[in-house]
Write a protein that binds this ligand. Structure first.
Ligand code: ADP
Ligand code: MG
Length: 644
């Protein structure tokens, strides 16, 4: 029993029960069927003294002292010189060793064997029996031990398996732990990020809270403003209602005033025309051009502009031209006497008068065309006296020196625009022709007809129509100054082309610019329209009959006669109209025929007599002034507006 308490099996069992970590210890128990193996060196050393003590028995007894609590005695049968093959490993416990020890102790040296032989045999026999019993006990112990060893082996395997499993588990757990650690790290990282985010969000939240507070303040402010606006709105609505009433009253008043305005406009037109009539339906203005650079200065007193009865404030209407009678002076030997010729016109423009000043005087007359009165303005005078300058303007189209044509159209466009506010709509169509040697040519021709001087005929616009039109001539609608400028430029170009073909043609031709005006008041069903004619007449100079005529001169004489005849026809027409003759010779010249509707009782006429300031032109100047004076004496009917 003592042996069992100290048995390694028990200790192993106890260890297992205590769940102590297992240490791999090589088993000290001999296994049945296996060859006996010597223990470790350490074990041999421990057995060394015992071996010496039991050698005398013919067997070597080995005591296993590797385990302090369970020394094991192993008996190995031994033959000299050779190690006997063990029949089976024998493990002898402490009780066996005690028995052997007891046997050895009881062996005492005795007398010689024969004397003691029966006793000794008996004793040996007993001892053998005792040893056999002991051997059996030992064998049973051995079996028991072997069983224990088998159980222990099984248990060891189980434990090893368990260990392997536990290790695998531990490895797995370790891996899991690593994974968890990594996960934890990741989570920590995420946590850090989240914390950063949270901080940001907190910051943002703070900002938003701040903004919210600001918005709340603004909202309050807006609400206050809204309230103020609402009260202002209700006030305004009340005001609007009262304004509406006022507006309705104003509309009614406006209607009344529109009526009154129309009445006033009609009255203005009537008075305007009365004034024009008082001024005379044919008026004559005299314009003296300045001395040009390079021209001789005329003697003082050659041209005089006597003041009117009203003094300097009165516009000049008189002109005196002094002519020296050289023939009389030569005959008497005394200085040539001068004859002073006085002329009086509706208006006289001395050399310094600008284009604007001249136009001022005719603006009202031009405006009559809008009211439906035909208006005709002529420029009469010798070549170089300033007719083209007066009608079209200075060279190069400089706006400062723009002539009557562009200024008249600008004025008409602006007045038409003003009348547009009163319901009037106006349309303007321009034409520009040249009458040379009794042939008519379009000055606005373009393209292939440009400069060709394609012949045109003067015809009635339609059967039974009073209106005259020029066939093959362009009639161009105009509505602004730029368009008029372009037309004048085109006319200048066409004249220049013709001039190369026939020298100085322009001075021997009449240029007739005509503007057809048609106005309409749709609201009142009124219509009015009348032509405005602006005529740059051919040079009025006469050919000196005393000069010898060459073949070229004869041609020139014919031209001059044609010019003179058309100019004298114009004079005759004026006379016939003035004398209220039944026949007015309009058809005697192309010029008077074309201007038929702009001359006569229902028209307003103005003639500019252009005078050269040079003494050398005195004769022609006198002729022009005499012709103009005759025209000025004409009183032609009462103007009638073309109204429908
Ligand atoms: P006409 O047409 O009668 O032959 P122009 O109109 O061609 O004469 O005038 C002759 C010259 O005199 C031109 O060079 C013109 O510029 C100039 N002239 C005419 N009238 C004036 C004026 N009032 N002021 C300045 N120059 C003028
Ligand atoms: Mg000219």
């Amino acid at each position: 029993m003592e042996l069992q308490e100290r048995s390694p099996l028990l200790e192993v069992k106890g260890n297992r029960e205590l769940k102590r970590p297992l240490v791999k210890v090589p088993s000290q128990l001999p296994l049945p069927g296996s060859r006996f193996k010597r223990g470790t060196n350490q074990m041999e050393d421990a057995l060394e003294p015992e071996k010496k003590r039991v050698r005398g028995l013919g067997t070597a007894t080995k005591i296993d002292t590797s385990h302090p609590k369970a020394p094991v005695l192993t008996t190995v049968p031994q033959t000299r010189g050779q190690t006997a093959a063990p029949k089976g490993p024998k493990k002898i416990g402490p009780r066996c060793s005690t028995a052997i020890a007891t046997v050895l102790k009881n062996q005492k040296p005795g007398p010689a064997l024969p004397a003691q032989k029966p006793g000794k045999l008996k004793c040996c026999h007993e001892k053998t029996q005792m040893l056999g019993q002991e051997n059996q006990q030992l064998w049973s112990q051995l079996r028991e031990a072997q069983q224990q060893a088998t159980a222990l082996g099984a248990e060891r395997r189980t434990l090893q398996e368990e260990l392997t499993r536990v290790r695998a588990q531990a490895e797995q757990d370790h891996q899991e732990l690593e994974t968890l650690r990594a996960h934890v790290l990741e989570l920590e990282e995420q946590l850090g990020t989240q914390q950063g985010l949270v901080r940001e969000l907190q910051k943002e939240q703070l900002g938003l809270q701040e903004e919210q507070r600001g918005l709340a303040t603004r909202l309050e402010e807006q609400e206050r403003k809204l309230q103020a606006s609402e009260s202002a709105l209700s006030e305004s609505q009340a005001e609007v209602a009262s304004l509406r009433c006022e507006a309705a009253a104003q509309v009614a008043l406006l209607g009344e005033q529109g009526e009154r305005l129309h009445g006033l406009e009609m009255e203005r037109r009537r008075l305007h025309n009365q004034l024009q009539e008082l001024k005379g339906n044919i008026r004559v203005f005299c314009r003296v051009r300045p001395v040009l650079p390079g021209e001789p200065t005329p003697p003082s007193g050659f041209l005089l502009f006597p003041l009117g009865h009203g003094g300097p404030s009165d516009p000049p209407t008189r002109l005196s031209l002094s002519r020296s009678d050289e023939r009389r002076g030569t005959l008497s030997g005394a200085p040539a006497p001068t004859t002073r010729h006085d002329f009086s016109f509706d208006r006289v423009f001395p050399p310094g008068s600008g284009q604007d000043k001249v136009f001022e005087e005719i603006a009202m007359l031009v405006q009559s065309a809008l009211d439906g009165y035909p208006v005709c303005i002529f420029a009469y005078g010798q070549t170089g006296s300033g007719k083209t300058f007066t009608m079209e303007g200075g060279p190069g189209g400089d706006p400062q020196v723009a002539g009557l044509i562009p200024r008249a159209l600008r004025h008409l466009f602006s007045v038409a625009q003003e009348l547009g506010c009163q319901g009037w709509t106006y349309h303007f169509v321009a034409s520009y022709v040249e009458i040379y040697n009794e042939t008519v040519r379009d000055l606005l021709a373009t393209g292939t007809r440009k400069g060709q001087g394609g012949e045109c005929e003067i015809r009635r616009a339609g059967p039974g129509s009073e209106e005259l039109t020029v066939t093959n001539a362009r009639y161009v609608p105009v509505s602004c100054e730029k368009e008029v400028e372009a037309l004048l430029h085109l006319a200048r170009q066409n004249r220049a082309v013709a001039r190369t073909a026939q020298n100085e043609r322009s001075s021997r031709s009449h240029s007739v610019f005509q503007l057809r005006i048609s106005g309409e008041h749709a609201g009142r069903g009124l219509q009015c329209g009348a032509p405005l004619s602006l005529v740059d007449l051919a040079g009025s100079e006469r050919l000196d009959p005393g000069l010898a005529l060459g073949p070229g001169e004869r041609e020139r004489l014919r031209e001059t006669q044609a010019i003179n005849s058309s100019l004298s026809t114009l004079g005759l027409v004026f006379m016939a109209l003035s004398n209220k003759e039944s026949h007015v010779p309009y058809r005697n010249s192309k010029l008077t025929y074309l201007l038929q509707n702009s001359l006569g009782g229902s028209a307003k006429m103005l003639m500019f007599v252009n005078i050269s300031p040079l003494e050398e032109n005195v004769s022609e100047s006198l002729n022009s002034l005499r012709f103009a004076s005759k025209v000025n004496q004409c009183v032609i009917g009462t103007a009638q507006a073309n109204k429908k």
